[in-house]
Write a protein that binds this ligand. Structure first.
Ligand SMILES: C[S@@+](CC[C@H](N)C(=O)[O-])C[C@H]1O[C@@H](n2cnc3c(N)ncnc32)[C@H](O)[C@@H]1O
Length: 239
């Protein structure tokens, strides 16, 4: 007879497990303990997502409806690929008709319908290569990029904020009218200048903290909805 699954945990794996390996460093043991007891990690395994991050995007979408109708999506900082998995599904992207372009400097396993670039997004060649890979005007630019941590809080913060800023400029340059931009940022970290730029270019700009983003993490997401388009900008410059 098969063992019944534990209530509220459909993987059948018990939550509240302790890691007892005394040879491990305390910090590694704590990380592993938190990881194996994380319900989102277990749910990601069950639902076939490569990372728990999938639920951040799905939760944001549930509240703000950014995926519906998206035809082409660019995913910045994509590895291991759970956002790209969702992007390929919503756009109906296939290897014959690719509608999702993903970039990461880490290696990422292939995904059907996703053109993967292993490249630093800050490389000057990245924007052009991404546009070529996505095959047309994107209506959604996603960025879950976080700079590799140095241990120096302020430096890490500034580096990730810089990625967010460059991603925002990229989105404004490539999005189709009505498109959306979602990017990882930090609590209290979004520069006023960046917020103003987004407010000028999008109909709505909000900060979001999905439930699946760990409460103890300063991670937040910046969502800019309804790109006003570049024609308006050109008209204003002419006037
Ligand atoms: C939180 S992970 C992304 C998880 C992903 N959204 C998913 O669902 O699987 C952040 C990623 O950003 C990538 N990254 C950070 N800086 C980058 C850069 N300058 N260019 C490309 N990728 C970058 C990291 O290598 C890392 O894989």
């Amino acid at each position: 007879m098969t063992k019944p699954t534990i209530a509220g945990n459909r993987t059948g794996r018990k939550l509240g497990q302790r890691v007892k390996n005394k040879k491990m460093k305390a910090s590694s043991r704590q990380w592993l303990q938190r990881h194996i007891n994380d319900p989102y990690v277990q749910r990601a395994q069950l639902e076939g997502y490569r990372a728990r991050a999938a639920f951040k995007l799905l939760e944001i979408d549930e509240k703000h409806g950014i995926l519906k109708g998206a035809r082409r999506i660019i995913d910045l900082g994509a590895a291991p690929g759970s956002w790209s998995q969702i992007a390929a599904k919503v756009t109906g992207s296939t290897d014959d008709d690719v509608r999702v372009a993903a970039i990461d400097f880490l290696e990422m396993a292939q995904l059907p319908g996703v053109k993967i670039l292993q490249l630093d997004f800050l490389d000057p060649a990245a924007p052009e290569q991404l546009m070529e890979a996505v095959g047309g005007t994107p209506d959604l630019v996603l960025s879950d990029m976080a700079a590799p941590t140095t241990g120096h809080h302020r430096t890490d913060h500034l580096r990730t904020m810089h990625l967010c800023e460059v991603a925002a400029h990229f989105a404004i340059e490539v999005l189709g009218e009505g498109g959306h931009f979602l990017a990882k940022t930090f609590q209290g970290g979004t520069e006023k200048e960046l917020l103003n730029l987004l407010k000028q270019n999008f109909k709505q700009v909000v900060h979001v903290k999905p439930a699946s983003s760990r409460a103890e993490s300063v991670e937040m997401f910046l969502l800019a909805k309804g790109f006003k388009g570049r024609k308006r900008e050109a008209d204003e410059t002419e006037a």
